[in-house]
Design a protein around this ligand. Structure first.
Ligand code: SF4
Length: 75
């Protein structure tokens, strides 16, 4: 089931989060707290850092809960 998956788009990339895979290791939160803040809703703010930084931290996620893809240009 994919409907509980979250998608966060900054216009360049979309960060995908699969909550059922997240074991709250908090790699993302400790490496990039401006983007990943478990106390906020939504907890991912893709405007909090550059696209390169976000990709770097998304790829650190040990569980596979976080992934990213290029955002399709609109129009
Ligand atoms: S790094 Fe991955 S597993 Fe850890 S809290 Fe973030 S999303 Fe969840």
């Amino acid at each position: 089931m994919a409907e509980n998956h979250k998608h966060y788009d900054n216009g360049e990339i979309t960060v995908h989060w699969k909550p059922e895979l997240c074991w709250h290791a908090a790699e993302c939160v400790s490496h990039l707290p401006k983007v990943f803040n478990a106390k906020k809703r939504p907890w991912v703010d893709v405007r909090g850092a550059s696209t390169d930084e976000i990709i770097r931290v998304v790829e650190m996620c040990p569980s596979g809960a976080l992934s990213w893809s290029k955002t399709e240009p609109k129009g």
